[in-house]
Design a protein around this ligand. Structure first.
Ligand code: KIV
Length: 263
């Protein structure tokens, strides 16, 4: 087990110190992320976009996630290793348990799944069996075909109320962390205040307990980036410096700014 655990992240939330998560998909970059001081690494199914070249995450399979989780786990990292359950890997309780166990055996210390209330029983079942869970609400990319595109979620009072209710329910079900993606900054701040568990934002403004970015986005390597992304290679000579700059910018509150947020 590395230096950072869920207890570290809970203590950081309690003390108001921001923490950082960066995606990684292989051993070398995982080591660089860990050395830059990020408390957590996400083996995201965003690998479907940035590694495999798809325009969404739906084609990513369990075999892909297991392979990249094993690669990252071999990076000798101090960061807490979270791994995504991909599209259709948690449609039934049997699949959820079987696939989450595969990720844990590959080296994950926590699994992430996308969705709200409908996942409560799955979350309780995983936690009761020793598998910590990070939930993911707001813009959940595996549901891009339901949303009809990558759109900010929670803009209407009804949607905002439903995201808050989902967040409370998944916390009550036993989730240890929550990722909130592409929601208005005031909603994300409100949810972060109301929950006891740490909330990690992406395109969710400065009021969350932590920030996550896809590594290729923050290194300025992606062909298209959303408004909430900052290219940290600008002004830095090496990948190591850019990763450190991202970590420092989150901790100092320099990132994200209003220009990276939705109101
Ligand atoms: O797959 C991923 O990288 C993610 C982050 C964008 C949060 O889910």
């Amino acid at each position: 087990m590395g230096k950072f655990t869920i207890s570290t992240l809970d203590k950081m939330k309690a003390s108001g110190e921001k923490f950082v998560c960066i995606t990684a998909y292989d051993a070398t970059f995982a080591r660089l992320v860990s050395e830059a001081g990020a408390e957590s690494i996400l083996v995201g199914d965003s690998l479907g976009n940035v590694i495999q070249g798809h325009d969404n995450t739906v084609p990513v399979t369990m075999d892909h996630m297991v392979y990249h989780t094993e690669c990252v786990a071999r990076g000798g990292i101090d960061s807490l290793l979270i791994s995504d359950l991909p599209f259709m890997a948690y449609g039934t309780p049997e699949d959820t348990l079987h696939n989450a166990a595969r990720l844990m055996r590959a080296g994950a210390q926590m699994v992430k799944l996308e969705g709200g209330t409908w996942l409560s029983d799955s979350i309780s079942m995983l936690v009761e069996r020793g598998i910590p869970v990070c939930a993911h609400l707001g813009l959940t990319p595996q549901s891009v075909n339901v949303f009809g595109g990558y759109r900010v979620q929670g803009r209407t009072p009804k949607e905002a109320k439903s995201i808050l209710a989902d967040a409370v329910e998944i916390q009550d079900a036993g989730a240890s962390l929550l990722v909130l993606e592409c929601v208005p900054a005031p909603l994300a701040a409100d949810i972060s205040r109301k929950l006891d568990i740490p909330v990690i934002g992406i395109g969710a403004g400065p009021g969350t307990d932590a920030q996550v970015l896809v590594m290729h986005d923050l290194l300025g390597l992606s062909a298209h980036t959303a408004r909430f992304v900052q290219n940290f290679m600008q002004g830095h000579d090496s990948i190591q410096d850019a990763l450190r700059a991202f970590v420092e910018a989150v901790k100092s509150g320099e990132y994200p700014r209003d220009e990276h947020s939705y109101q």
